[in-house]
Design a protein around this ligand. Sequence first.
Ligand code: FES
Length: 120
Amino acid sequence: MPKLTVQGVGEFDVRAGKRLVKALIEDAGTDQLHACGGQARCTTCRVKFVDGEPKNITEAEKETLKVREVKEPGVRLSCQIACDHDMTVELISRLEGSGRKDQGSPVADEIEPAPEWTTR
Ligand code: FES
């Protein structure tokens, strides 16, 4: 099982292939935002990788990071990432302090839209 380390929160064993955003919510119990429900549209699910940033990226994530001008190294959309190896992330987009009323729309088990993988 891949290990997910969330800085300041803890370490969690995660089912291989689980969407990172779901692992952050369900396994780590964090208040990670996911306003668009994991559709690669909002960028509120972004996290900062400390270690284990995936080399692959979905076309949808790549396009959204470009359009929204998210350029900081290591910052990725957790809804577009599968937990298939050990990762360490920093939470940078939480409900607390956001002024939003909830974390976001429900997130499906599988990556949406249907992933087309490429490299960054
Ligand atoms: S981009 Fe909206 S939840 Fe990931």
